[in-house]
Every structure is written in C-alpha cells, then in structure tokens.
Write a protein that binds this ligand. Structure first.
Ligand SMILES: Nc1ncnc2c1ncn2[C@@H]1O[C@H](COP(=O)(O)OP(=O)(O)OP(=O)(O)O)[C@@H](O)[C@H]1O
Ligand SMILES: [Mg+2]
Length: 404
C-alpha cells in the first residue's frame, strides 16, 4: 500500500512532449478522484505535480467548465497548451542553437580589451562613430522626425593596411558597451552556395535580438567586391543580395537595428550598391605628426627613453602607419635590450628571468628604422584620391603635417 502511494505521488514531469493521446488520460487524472492523488490540494500544487504550463486561475476555470462541457473540452484545452509549450521550447532551442553557431563571431564588451587609451583616434572620427550610438544615449529624441523613420547610414572605414581601422572599431565597441558581431572573409569561404548568405541573416537576426549591437565587416572590399567583376561565384552574388536585403530592412525604422560598420584597404573594389548603404565614409589616413607622437607615446608606455627622442622620431617618420610605428618601437626596444645584455655579458640570464634594464636612445631608433620602413606611400595616394571624390571624414590633417 505504502509502495503504491509512493508510485502515485511521483510528479508527472515527463508528460509534456508526448502525443496528444496522453492528454485524454491526463484529463482523467485531473478530474477523477481515484486517479489524481493531488486533487484535493491547491491548484498550484496540482499544476506543479502534473507539470502543466498554465496559470492556476486558468486551470480552475477549465476544471469548473469541464463539469458542464465534458472531458473532451478539457482534453482540447490541455492539448492546446501542451502543443504551444512544445512549439515554444523548440523555437527557444533553435534560437539558442543559432546563438551557439555564432559564438565565434560574437564579442561582448567585457571580452574586448582595447580602450580609447590604447589607440590614437582623431576627434572627428570619434564624433562620426558616436553618431551611431545617439539613439542609445537619447532614445526619446528618436521618436519623431527623420531620426524616428530612418536608421543611421552604415559606416565605412578605409585606409592603408595597419592604420588602425580594426583597433579603432574595437575600442569604440568597448567604449559604447556594444556587443560586437564580426564577419570576416572566412565566413564566406565555403563550397556551399548559401552558407555566407545564411550567416549574414543569422548575424542580423542575432543583432536585433540582442540590441544594442554593431555588425562589423572586415575586409569588405573583398567580401563585397563589385558584382560587375568577371569570375564572381554564385555564392558571392548570394552574399551581396543577402546583405542588401538586411540593409534594406535596417534602413526601415526599427529601434533594435544594429549599427553597421565596414572596413577595407580597397574601398574602390566594393560593389556600388553595398557602397551606397555605407554612407558615412571615414578615411583612416597615415598619421600626421601630432598623431604619430600620440601613437608613439602609446607604444612607448613602460619604456625609458632619452630626452628629445619622442619628438625627433615623430618628426622623422612621415608615411609610417600606426602598425609600422609599433614595429619600430618594438625593434628599437629589442636592439636596446640586446645591447645592454651583451654589455653586461648576460646574453643568457641563468634563470632566464632576470630583468635587464634598458634605455632607448636615438641610435636604437636609427638602427630600427633600417629594419622597419614605411610601405604605405603607393597605396595611400590612390586612397586619398578616392576619399577626395567619395569620402566625408578624414582621420588626419594633412596640411598640418610639415614634413619629412
Ligand atoms: N591609431 C593607432 N593607435 C595605436 N596603435 C595603432 C594605431 N594604428 C595602428 N596601430 C598599431 O597597429 C596594429 C595594427 O592595427 P590594425 O590591425 O587595427 O590595422 P588595420 O588598419 O585594421 O589593418 P588591416 O587593413 O591590415 O586590417 C595595432 O595592433 C596597433 O598596435
Ligand atoms: Mg584590420
């Protein structure tokens, strides 16, 4: 008898998800005094026991109505709520799978380590980037006028390799506390025709669900190269169409739209229609003198440098990109270390952990300059020409750059 009671009182937690036939016996369980061991308990306890996705008041009403309308009526109700619950579970599961699929593209603000302190960004560039987040800062101002009916235009950063485009976007996402969804070339390298196109759709869907987000497309010149170029694969056309569709949806007002930011070294290669959707165009030029000094300061943090080195170095590195300046500082530090290690006869420290103090002199940078040379001169002219025709903001004040 005791064993029987124990068996009956085991909650029917597995009942959901079975076929509708279950509901008939389930209804009998609910209404029959002999088969429902918790029938006399409060409705909350009954719901928990039978693992039903209903509110107590809803179930109470149905149980009362059952006496008039019969078991079939109660069955239909239970079947409906079970089907709805299963459907919702399946959708949630699919949604989670999609999110899991995208985990290699998603970067939360806490995962981003670059801050505005680690990158030189001109105030004009910061302003253009911040315009994208105005709707987060001032939501009520986006309830009327053009700001309410149109999303901000997409933003395109272009410049020679190593001018800091990716770094700038990372620091901006961190500053604005945006979730960052990065699409890169590898997402489109597949034999499957619509793999890239589907990824674009999933990325935008994710971004709308997890607002506020920024969708970042690096190497846009190659991902969205012009459709008029001969030899494009069918998947390339699919990718562009899918992107244009999403951008079309983004331009229509929806406060949960993602910000769209693209970067490239080759803006002239981008498909015309894609280019049209990237209306804010910022050229990240090679840094001018003042910017070079700022970038050098960032990379010289923690190093000891002789007087005047910084200023002279900023004067004598025209056409160096941020990346080349970083390499220059690294090489000078390595040369200084090698020199002091050799002077002390400690090329190989016994424990391999001894700190050898170093000071970076002008001579170290002169030596480093022979190894790290500027390579942007040829590409930058073409980019400036392009910017003159199509661009809006430039991260450099060329006129202020006195010279060599
Ligand atoms: N403005 C800058 N301030 C500080 N460091 C910079 C700056 N620009 C470039 N750097 C240095 O150069 C490295 C490369 O920069 P980044 O990858 O952002 O360049 P990029 O323009 O995206 O290049 P690519 O076109 O090849 O993708 C950075 O990790 C950083 O060390
Ligand atoms: Mg980059």
């Amino acid at each position: 008898m005791g064993a029987m009671a124990k068996r009956k009182l085991r909650p029917r937690s597995k009942i959901l998800g079975r076929t509708s036939k279950v509901t008939k016996s389930m209804c009998k369980m609910l209404v029959s005094p002999s088969r429902n061991p918790v029938r006399k308990q409060p409705l909350e306890a009954q719901i928990k026991f039978h693992n039903l996705p209903v509110k107590p008041r809803q179930l109470g009403r149905k149980l009362r109505e059952h006496t008039k309308k019969g078991t079939r009526y109660l069955c239909a109700f239970i079947e409906k709520i079970i089907t709805e619950k299963n459907h919702k579970d399946r959708n949630d599961k699919d949604g989670d799978n999609t999110d899991a699929d995208l985990k290699d593209c998603v970067l939360k603000p806490d995962d981003i380590t670059t801050t505005y302190d680690d990158v030189y960004i001109s105030s004009d560039t910061i302003k253009a980037l911040e315009d994208l987040t105005l709707s987060i800062q001032h939501p009520s101002s986006f309830t009327f006028g053009i700001l309410s009916s149109h999303s901000p235009p997409g933003l395109l950063l272009y410049g020679s390799p190593g001018t800091g485009k990716s770094l700038i976007i990372g620091a901006f996402a961190k500053q604005a506390q945006l979730t960052f969804l990065a699409l890169s070339e590898t997402d489109f390298e597949s034999a499957l025709v619509d793999k890239g196109a589907k990824k674009i759709k999933r990325i935008f869907a994710y971004a709308r669900k997890h607002h506020p987000c920024a969708v970042f497309i690096d190497r846009a010149g190659s991902i969205f190269r012009s459709r008029s170029v001969v030899g494009n694969s069918p998947s390339h056309l699919h990718n562009i169409n899918s992107f244009l569709e999403e951008m079309g949806a983004t331009t229509r007002s929806n406060t949960r739209n993602p910000m769209v930011i693209a970067a490239t070294n080759k803006p002239f290669d981008i498909d015309d229609e894609v280019f049209r959707h990237l209306g804010r165009r910022i050229m990240v030029d090679t840094p001018d003198r003042a910017a070079r000094e700022q970038i050098l300061k960032i990379h010289l943090r923690g190093e000891t440098i002789a007087d005047e080195v910084l200023s002279e170095l900023a004067d004598t590195t025209p056409d160096y990109t941020g990346s080349e300046l970083k390499d220059l500082v690294w090489t000078a530090a390595a040369i200084a270390l090698r020199e002091s290690a050799l002077q002390k006869g400690k090329w190989k420290a016994p424990e391999g952990s001894e700190n050898i103090y170093r000071v970076l002199y002008k001579a170290h940078f002169e030596e480093a300059k022979k190894q790290i040379r500027s390579s942007s001169r040829y590409t930058v002219e073409k980019l400036r020409e392009f910017h003159f025709k199509f661009g809006n903001v430039v991260q450099r004040n060329t006129e202020s750059d006195g010279g060599v």
